[in-house]
Write a protein that binds this ligand. Sequence first.
Ligand code: AGP
Length: 367
Amino acid sequence: FLVSKGNHRHFMEKEIHEQPEVISHTLAYYLDFSKGTIRAGSAPVDFAKIDRIAASACGTAYYAGLVGKYWFEHIARLPVDIDVASEFRYREMPLSKDSLALFVSQSGETADTLASLRYCKQQGLSIGTIVNVRESTMARESNTVFPTLAGPEVGVASTKAFTCQLSVLASLAVAAGKMRGTINEEEERQLVRELSEIPRYANQALRLEEQIETISRDLSQVKHVLYLGRGTSFPLALEGALKLKEISYIHAEGYAAGELKHGPIALIDESMPVIVIAPYDRWFEKTVSNMQEVAARGGKIILITDEKGAAASTLKTMHTIVLPNTPEIIAPIIYALPIQMLAYYTAVFMGTDVDQPRNLAKSVTVE
Ligand code: AGP
């Protein structure tokens, strides 16, 4: 097939902008918006009979799974073990037949993820895979395929596949909560309504592009960047750091905000930008106190928050990116957009090959 860049400079830019549309397609597969329910048959797994999810994936897909862990545990009270596939496959983790083995992959061909899938299959587990390429090996070898409808992703740095994976994971967590009786009908309707709002919020996030381009000019001058987040923003911090290093080659690390004082705080000085991902949620106050520790040491803070968070924080920041106030469940999906755009524009300023960064392949089919 031939995919064109259209009017965009890079595939990555195009794929960032496609997100409201492809997320909307993906959600429509799992959710019945008119009834406000999970679509019958879209999650053909009996989550009530499952005692645990054993999940694994690589790179960005792994970070999606990590956000999913918070959702499954919070909404459906279903424990999730998650690991990078290259560790999982050799860990010989004791697996119960009542667990669901869950894999997340854009390509469906990543060698380590595929090996983990085959390992779980041998152990007699039921295999579910969230996958973008329907004809892929993983899709063929799974008992249940949970498709993402992102369309072909060409840029090596994953963007729309990630937010579609998150949309599927959130929908599945709601489906699991319903089957396990941890949410009632009214709560299901409320969550489905909130999920249906993702495309609208994502469009609003895209409007921050100009401001993010300006911030990226500053970022392209630095050597190191730290990303911090708590709760579901923690995997986002990891994803932000991965995206930046992949395409701009700037060294970046993502940390759980609470871990700052256990080591990385030693790195903070006037030359260190710290990107703090902090929607106004139940973790906000704690993250702000971590931000204070950064500010007290002269660290330059770039705060990504919402209107409520911007009003509540009195700290001096170098930049504040203000998103609309979002329901908690959809925040990680909306906050993915500014971190993708930050990485994208920084790479553009650095003049790197955004769609084909050095040393990287779109799909890693070797160990
Ligand atoms: C993301 O930007 C990366 N290029 C990479 O981490 C990727 O997500 C990983 O290799 C997994 O690929 P998959 O989703 O095709 O399995």
